[in-house]
Design a binder for this molecule. Structure first.
Ligand SMILES: *[C@@H]1O[C@H](CO)[C@@H](O)[C@H](O)[C@H]1NC(C)=O
Ligand SMILES: *[C@@H]1O[C@H](CO)[C@@H](O)[C@H](O)[C@H]1NC(C)=O
Ligand SMILES: *[C@@H]1O[C@H](CO)[C@@H](O)[C@H](O)[C@H]1NC(C)=O
Ligand SMILES: *[C@@H]1O[C@H](CO)[C@@H](O)[C@H](O)[C@H]1NC(C)=O
Ligand SMILES: *[C@@H]1O[C@H](CO)[C@@H](O)[C@H](O)[C@H]1NC(C)=O
Ligand SMILES: *[C@@H]1O[C@H](CO)[C@@H](O)[C@H](O)[C@H]1NC(C)=O
Length: 713
């Protein structure tokens, strides 16, 4: 046990020692005084004007795209003087994040040696994965120096094709497969399928997801030179139990990976997670022959490739389409860069595979998004650069109006942190409202789900295409199913510090401490701008982010929690009109609906239909439980746009005496303002309980929306 602890501290220690005095400065390129011919000369003059230090300062790296600035070794005094200079947008320590490449845990603040992180009880947490199985030999599932299997574990390790009990270890303590449905299909089609009839993962998705939540630390990870460094899960010491229920089919289009049962529905005990971006980027540039450059992102371009040295002919994919369909023959495609616009759902990885087979040089994918920062980087078989809609237009115009359009492409590698404002809600992230039970806000929370590095199976290449002969221990993927394991891992960490908490308390802690602001923004004057929505460019609403982006460290100590008891679940099912018999099946015992007609689900959000508030005051009841020892007092404050709805809280103060697990109730009264003459269809704000003489803040989003206007959205 101690050995692993020391190894782990060792990494963290290196990180801190190197980070002490290297800084990255971001500058506004438009502020460059005109006498300086280049950005670099400007930066050098800044450095030479600084107060002297014992060792001479010099520029370590110049960033010219997509951010502008430099890194340098600086003393605290020098830092102070740089901050005062005009044109300096931001100055922050370079944390040598190449040691923390699964950027998301460090983005979530899980990089400092917090005492709870070293708490052995983390290894008592077991996370179950219902997915495509696992690649057991992967180093992310090494049980190096993990203690004995928790005594409460009763699961099994099931044998099958290329998998037996020796594949389970102290990390992956359980593995099962359920292939009834698959067998039925398999028997019917009679075709051989490349699939292991065992917990072994032939797809990659399950392996990826398990490593995000609970992967052991693996130094020297990365994806073909991108995101290189130490990879680790959110709860690197938690145990893993695998349930393989998703199966590949011969008919698989394959590029989306099997979807987990999309839990985009009702049960309050399931946490629904939206996908957000992190601040890491893989910038790449398209240089058009007319000297115009366009920025994008790529994880498939090599640093020093033929593509960066020579111009190649650039063509629209549509050019190869006719009434008889697309003709991507080798004669037509070989040696060309092909520009593809992907509106809606296009099998992008398959498209790449087709172009690769035809010997295209590279693919440019123009996404139909507004915000180019949020574009996903995908493990295409062919060298690919993804760009936003605006950049796409620049290239389209060039191809249309130039007689002989040519381009070359270069990659700037990986910018580990602060490459772009984050989080931003990914366009593909599913949105509320909850169509079945509008009274419960969904999704619950936002977590990193874009360009996430995770473990990969050896059974197939990272693109999931048969033609893909690459094998990579890690892969970069995006999706809400990459966001979910971040929450599972955070939940395991919280569970290990609060072993007596159930899923509701953990979920409440994650939700009430989450943030609706970006962690990081370029603009120093707007450090706390709201999380935005990639698909619109506007500020996100609770329909996109639920209560907000999770902050696991804050969630360790939420102050108060909204708890649920067995009867709450029963009553919830009663509201869904479950019969007595169904209730018994679900709850596992004889259960009765509450006779109390005023019952309400004690959820950490308040969602009310505008139509109801329009017709009269709506009263919502909630109660909170003290999660700390000792007495405390909390004061209520409601924030939100004025002039539409009036939100009152009764009482406005809650005094917890210090009795353990004490719960106190309160009511929220929602009314329309007398001067609102037309119903406001969407209003959202929050109730914030702030601890008096204490640090805890408990946030509960309040959402009033027209069910008519937004139903089914
Ligand atoms: C570790 O977990 C135990 C059990 O929950 C708890 O009592 C203890 O305070 C924790 N230690 C730290 C350092 O958080
Ligand atoms: C279990 O798998 C290992 C590794 O694949 C193999 O060496 C061993 O013979 C297998 N054991 C049994 C009982 O099948
Ligand atoms: C290909 O061309 C045909 C005929 O012009 C057209 O109907 C079809 O929509 C095109 N396909 C695509 C994907 O653009
Ligand atoms: C595709 O184009 C090539 C080259 O022009 C031609 O030889 C071939 O017949 C075409 N294939 C089809 C299916 O039209
Ligand atoms: C349950 O039944 C009642 C009465 O029939 C109905 O008004 C209500 O809409 C039903 N609820 C759901 C969630 O189906
Ligand atoms: C509701 O009332 C019925 C009949 O009075 C009783 O049998 C049942 O136990 C009550 N349910 C609860 C949850 O109190």
């Amino acid at each position: 046990m101690f050995h692993l602890l020391s190894v782990f501290i060792f990494f963290l220690f290196i990180d801190n020692s190197n980070s002490s005095n290297t800084f990255i400065a971001l500058l506004d390129p438009l502020s460059k005084p005109s006498p300086f011919l280049s950005q670099k000369l400007w930066y050098s003059s800044i450095i030479s004007s600084l107060p002297a230090s014992s060792s001479s300062s010099s520029i370590i790296h110049v960033y010219s795209a997509p951010i502008h600035g430099f890194s340098a070794t600086l003393t605290p005094d020098q830092v102070k003087s740089i901050r005062k200079l005009p044109g300096v947008l931001s100055l922050f320590p370079d944390k040598v994040l190449h040691l923390h490449t699964t950027r998301s845990p460090s983005f979530l603040g899980l990089e400092t040696p917090n005492p709870w992180m070293l708490n052995t009880s983390e290894s008592n947490s077991i996370i179950g994965f219902i997915d495509t199985g696992i690649w057991p030999e992967h180093p992310s599932f090494s049980d190096h120096n993990l203690g004995p299997i928790p005594v409460h574990w009763k699961g099994q390790c099931e044998s099958g094709l290329k998998f037996n009990h020796t594949n389970c270890n102290l990390k992956m303590i359980g593995a099962r497969f359920f292939s009834g449905g698959y067998d039925a299909w398999f028997g019917q089609s009679g075709k051989p399928v490349k699939e292991f009839r065992s917990p072994r993962d032939s797809d990659g998705h399950g392996t990826h997801v398990a490593s995000i939540a609970a992967g052991s630390p693996v130094p020297g990870s990365g994806f073909f030179g991108f995101a290189v460094g130490l990879a680790r899960g959110m709860a690197p010491r938690a145990r893993i139990a695998v349930y393989k229920v998703c199966w590949a089919s011969a008919a698989s289009a394959g590029n989306e990976g099997p979807t987990l049962a999309t839990v985009a529905n009702v049960p309050p005990w399931i946490t629904t997670v939206g996908a957000g971006t992190v601040d890491r980027d893989f910038p790449a540039t398209i240089h058009l022959k007319n000297k115009v450059s366009v920025l994008g992102t790529s994880i498939t371009l090599m640093h020093d490739d033929i593509l960066t040295r020579k111009y190649y002919p650039l063509h629209f994919a549509a050019k190869f389409n006719s009434s008889s369909g697309f003709n991507f023959s080798r004669q037509l495609i070989k040696g060309k860069i092909v520009f593809c616009r992907t509106e809606g759902h296009v099998a992008r990885l398959s498209l790449g595979a087709v172009l690769k087979r035809a010997r295209a040089i590279a693919m440019i994918l123009s996404h139909g998004n507004i915000d180019p920062n949020g574009i996903v980087s995908e493990p295409h078989v062919i060298q690919t650069i993804s760009i936003g809609a605006l950049e796409g237009k620049v290239i389209e115009d060039y191809i249309l109006y130039d007689e002989n359009p040519m381009a070359k492409i270069s990659s700037q590698g990986t910018i580990s942190m602060h490459a772009k404002p984050a989080p931003i809600v990914a366009s593909f992230s599913s949105r509320g409202p909850n169509s079945l039970v509008p009274g419960i806000l969904k999704p619950d929370i936002l977590a990193p789900g874009v360009n996430i590095l995770g473990a990969w199976t050896d059974a197939i290449g990272p693109s999931g295409k048969a033609l893909d002969f690459r094998r990579s221990r890690f892969n970069i993927m995006s999706g809400t199913s990459m966001a979910c394991p971040h929450v599972s891992g955070a939940a395991a960490l919280i569970k290990s510090t609060h072993p007596d908490w159930g899923p509701n308390e953990i979920k409440s802690a994650l939700m009430t401490t989450s943030t609706i602001h970006k962690h990081y923004n370029y603009n120093r004057n707007k450090p706390f701008s709201p999380i935005s929505d990639e698909s619109t460019g506007n500020a996100a609403t609770p329909f996109d982010i639920g209560s907000g982006h999770m902050l696991p460290i804050k969630a360790m100590d939420p102050g108060l929690v909204f708890g649920l008891e067995h009867q709450d679940y029963v009553n919830f099912l009663c509201e869904l009109n479950y019969t007595k018999k169904q209730l018994q099946i679900v709850t596992g015992k004889k259960s009765h609906c509450s006779n109390d007609s005023t019952w309400q689900l004690n959820y950490p959000t308040v969602t009310v239909e505008a139509e109801k508030v329009w017709h009269g005051a709506v009263v919502v009841a909630r109660k909170m439980t003290n999660a700390n020892k000792g007495s405390s007092e909390y004061k209520a404050k409601v924030v939100g746009p004025k002039g539409y709805y009036k939100v009152d809280v009764k009482p406005k103060r809650l005094k917890f005496s210090g009795i353990s697990d004490q719960s106190l109730s309160f009511r929220i009264v929602l009314e329309k303002e007398s001067n609102m003459h037309e119903m406001k269809n969407l209003w959202f704000g929050a109730l914030i309980w702030s601890e008096k003489r204490g640090k805890h803040k408990v946030k509960c989003p309040i959402m009033i929306f027209s069910a008519k206007e937004y139903s089914g959205g």
